[in-house]
Design a protein around this ligand. Structure first.
Ligand SMILES: C[S@@+](CC[C@H](N)C(=O)[O-])C[C@H]1O[C@@H](n2cnc3c(N)ncnc32)[C@H](O)[C@@H]1O
Ligand SMILES: Nc1nc2[nH]cc(C(=O)O)c2c(=O)[nH]1
Ligand code: SF4
Ligand SMILES: [Mg+2]
Length: 217
């Protein structure tokens, strides 16, 4: 199949305020790609595991353009599980967008366009997917990228602190600590970060504060 005919399976394309990471609050178009090889216990996007609509890259670009945004966030599901995601990321950059990629960190980041801001999770034990972390990806991150931990409990927190220290993560890029919604109180996580004087940022999910668990927001 030629590149022009490549299609991506897409769950939704929507317009919202970025709710996560360093661009929080920016008006953003989200492209949520369908399918994920992981099953994090807390996943708030399980509706993207199946279904979706097959769209060509020009069709995705056209729907994104309708939202008149600078920022585009490619998420999922696990975007990198679809090989054509790499072409989509490049096409969005070529169209002049500031592009971010939300990824589990379980698949190779090697082919991602260097203009893309990579927001990579390290999956903690409470996710049930800690064995999927691909630590080789850390060498592919640059200071513009972000490493995110989504934490379910104090055990996860301790694990994240150990990763921070073992890999010197704060020397690579910004490190975000986020509480898994419904599992850990963000104020408790805030107290631990202060107590331990960690070089990390607390991340709250702005869209859930504004709109709750509504899909497409
Ligand atoms: C739905 S995932 C999609 C991208 C990719 N599969 C990943 O896991 O990064 C986007 C982000 O939402 C986070 N997330 C999922 N469920 C969450 C929850 N219940 N509370 C907080 N963050 C959550 C993930 O950890 C990830 O950082
Ligand atoms: N507003 C909003 N911001 C987000 N940032 C990352 C999201 C995601 O699901 O990956 C997300 C999302 O679902 N909504
Ligand atoms: S990797 Fe991302 S999309 Fe997949 S189950 Fe985990 S949080 Fe959900
Ligand atoms: Mg989400």
């Amino acid at each position: 199949m030629g590149e022009d005919a490549a299609r991506l399976r897409v769950t939704e394309i929507f317009h919202s305020l970025q709710g996560e990471g360093l661009a929080t609050g920016e008006r953003t178009a989200f492209v949520r790609l369908t399918g994920c090889p992981l099953r994090c216990r807390y996943c708030d996007s399980a509706y993207a595991f199946t279904g979706g609509t097959r769209l060509t890259i020009p069709a995705v670009l056209e729907r994104v353009a309708a939202h008149q945004v600078r920022h585009v966030c490619v998420t999922g599901g696990e975007p990198l599980a679809q090989p054509a995601c790499l072409d989509l990321l490049k096409a969005l950059c070529d169209a002049g967008h500031q592009v971010s990629l939300e990824t589990a960190g379980a698949l190779d980041l090697g082919g991602v366009d260097p203009r893309v801001v990579k927001v990579m999770d390290l999956k903690a034990p409470g996710s049930g997917e800690v064995h999927r972390n691909r630590f080789e990806n850390l060498a592919l991150l640059t200071p513009q990228d972000q490493i995110k931990f989504v934490l379910c409990d104090e055990g996860d927190y301790r694990w994240a602190v150990a990763q921070l220290r073992t890999h010197g993560l704060e020397r690579i890029c910004t490190v975000l600590f986020s509480a898994a919604a419904g599992e850990l109180a963000p104020n408790e996580l805030a107290e631990w970060i202060l107590r331990d004087r960690l070089p990390v940022r607390l991340q709250l999910q702005l869209h859930k504060i504004l709109w709750g668990e509504e899909p497409g927001r």
